[in-house]
Write a protein of this length. Structure first.
Length: 235
């Protein structure tokens, strides 16, 4: 998918050239679990910044990637749910995220007037919890790519943030391929002890989450086919 990603990066660079001063271009990148959205998003941002640098435009404008995983509720917050076991088992479902906090962040990207330095959380896989204020979004970050399952969900409270995006890119992958990638990911990462447990996790949580967002997302502005590529299997 390298050539396709490079072409997408070129399109964003061209849009940036026509972007009014004091504005950011927001791109939401969503797809079902293991669709390849995280790696695609990172490669895209890297290619945009390489292109800007080659054109001598990187001093005033750069792209940055923000992951929705930073808005996961903490394990302590999940422990406080009426059914803590269910909350932990279904971690990754839309109701296990800080939706209102994410909406506030996207709104801050759209604040009128002089661009401010903003912060965003990340998800620490070693900690298994978010790390607050881990990413700094500077005024020169004129393109902000936000990747995650629910970046353009049509239900509340997510819808308000979804409608603020300039572009909504959906990464399309068939469920059989997604399941293959998920089993491999869960075993390699240690989330599951074997393929049987990995399949259970995929069928009970990941794949249902993918179906939910497919059925409840705002209309994508672009659909990108996720081709069979092992570099995308970790996403």
């Amino acid at each position: 998918m390298e050539e396709e990603i490079q072409e997408l990066a070129k399109q964003l660079v061209e849009k940036l050239k026509h972007l009014p001063n004091g504005e950011r271009h927001l791109v939401g990148i969503a797809g079902s679990p293991a669709s390849g959205k995280s790696t695609l998003a990172q490669l895209l941002v890297d290619d945009v910044n390489k292109a800007l640098q080659s054109q001598g435009l990187d001093s005033d404008s750069q792209a940055i990637l923000v992951g929705l995983d930073g808005w996961h509720l903490t394990r302590a917050q999940l422990d406080a749910f009426p059914d803590p076991k269910l909350a932990h088992d279904r971690r990754g479902s839309h109701w296990t995220f800080d939706g209102p906090g994410y909406v506030d962040f996207v709104r801050s990207l759209r604040t009128e007037g002089e661009l401010q330095i903003l912060s965003a959380p990340t998800f620490g896989h070693a900690l298994k919890d978010p790390t607050p204020e881990a990413i700094a979004i500077h005024p020169y970050h004129r393109i902000v790519a936000i990747e995650g399952l629910y970046t353009f969900l049509s239900t509340e409270p997510w819808k308000a943030a979804s409608e603020l995006l300039d572009e909504r890119w959906w990464i399309e992958v068939n469920e059989e391929e997604a399941q293959r990638r998920l089993i491999k990911r869960h075993v390699v990462s240690g989330v599951a002890k074997d393929e049987e447990e990995a399949l259970w996790r995929a069928e009970q949580n990941d794949l249902p989450n993918g179906r939910f967002i497919r059925d409840n997302m705002l209309q994508p502005t672009k659909i990108i086919q996720s081709k069979h590529d092992d570099t995308l299997s970790s996403l």
